[in-house]
Ligand binder design. Structure first.
Ligand SMILES: Nc1nc2c(ncn2[C@@H]2O[C@H](COP(=O)(O)OP(=O)(O)OP(=O)(O)O)[C@@H](O)[C@H]2O)c(=O)[nH]1
Ligand SMILES: [Mg+2]
Length: 337
């Protein structure tokens, strides 16, 4: 999963990038940094198997080169680059004028995204006066225009699957999942950023409050010292952990697991994914030659201690292609090619 860090100039995108990933952003084009998604289930399965390889889910962050964003506006070329991203993390400056100043800055950024999308809608509608579009396209875009003009993001519209399909080619920014990261000074680290949250709620967005310098300090501490450091600031968990949890919630992700002596691995999928589509995450051959999925719930797996014990206790279930995967399923896919 790749998440782009966006936001007005000097809002702290690069600081947040470094704090979350521990990587330096060279400032070159599209700097990338990856974090592992901690998962106690992976740890436990790895203890059971001592596999050659243990693989956690990953989130990759992309930072824009410095100077990409202006202080109060977004250039058309940058809007274009943002359109290619799947998920946006919008960094809002909550440190330079304190947390009180952040809500207006977030609002200004949201307005830029709405305007950017409105520009595309209007251009297309203008063309549609001369050429014939898809069935229903004009009416749909007119609804989009009304939504954007009344300060609603396209994500907040009620769209059928076919309407979503019609809109997907435009890569609208306000249709993308987006997390607002309020980058605050250390004194405000435990603030709930109520002002930003009100605005975010109106636009259907998730909010994470963090202090980039504080998180960078946290990352340098030994594991045993972190909890005390956090509670000194009134925090229960680090920003990386909170960001990841928010991300999974926003994207409605669950995890299935594979375990064996070669590898123990976590696989993030959207809730509602079927067994055959989950199999395709591992390899397209497994999906193509799909025979069945042998599924054990994680709790049974560790409770009974082995696959053989689960099989004997009737806890290993044979599932077909259309089985809907559940969080914590430990799976072997049977297939032939
Ligand atoms: N006091 C304080 N300063 C910060 C914080 N976050 C960032 N800064 C400072 O703000 C300035 C800009 O931070 P960057 O992380 O480079 O911001 P950016 O959004 O990447 O900037 P551009 O890429 O140029 O748009 C730097 O001088 C940082 O040291 C913060 O939480 N507190
Ligand atoms: Mg930067």
């Amino acid at each position: 999963m790749k998440i782009g860090l966006v936001g007005f100039a000097a809002s702290g995108k690069t600081s947040v990038f470094s704090a979350l990933t521990g990587a330096e952003s060279g400032g070159g084009k599209g700097a990338l940094g990856t974090v592992h998604v901690p998962d106690a289930r992976v740890d436990r399965l790895a203890e059971m198997w001592s596999p050659r390889k243990t693989t956690y889910a990953e989130i990759t962050f992309e930072d824009f080169p410095p100077g990409s964003f202006a202080a109060h506006a977004i250039a058309a070329s940058v809007l274009g680059e943002m359109r290619t991203l799947d998920v946006l993390a919008e960094v809002v400056d909550g440190f330079s004028d304190g947390i009180e100043g952040a809500a207006a800055k977030a609002e200004a950024f949201h307005a830029e995204l709405l305007l950017g999308d409105l520009g595309i809608v209007e251009k297309r509608l203008e063309r549609l006066t001369r050429e014939k579009g898809r069935a229903g396209e004009k009416e749909l875009l007119e609804r989009c225009r009304v939504a954007l003009e009344s300060d609603r993001e396209l994500r907040q519209m009620d769209l059928s699957e076919s309407e979503q399909e019609t809109l997907s080619g435009f890569q609208f920014l306000t249709l993308k999942p987006r997390i607002v990261v309020v980058n605050v000074g250390e004194v405000d680290a435990a603030s709930d950023a109520a002002g930003v949250r009100r605005n975010a709620d109106q636009h259907g967005l998730e909010v994470v409050v963090m202090s980039a310098p504080l998180e960078s300090e946290l990352a340098r501490l030994a594991a045993g010292e972190r909890q005390e450091f956090l509670s000194d600031y009134g925090l229960e968990s680090g920003a990386r952990e909170r960001f990841i949890a928010t991300c999974y919630h926003l994207l409605d992700l669950i995890t299935f697991l594979t375990a064996g002596e070669d590898e123990v691995r976590a696989w993030p999928i959207h809730r509602g994914t079927t067994a055959v589509n989950a199999a395709s995450k591992i390899h397209s051959d497994i999906a193509r030659g799909f025979i069945r999925a042998e599924v054990i719930a994680y709790d049974d797996y560790v409770g009974l201690g082995s696959e053989a014990a689960c099989r004997q206790a009737g806890k290993l279930k044979m599932q077909g292609r259309e089985y809907v995967m559940r969080d914590g399923d430990v799976v072997h896919f049977r297939f032939n090619v």
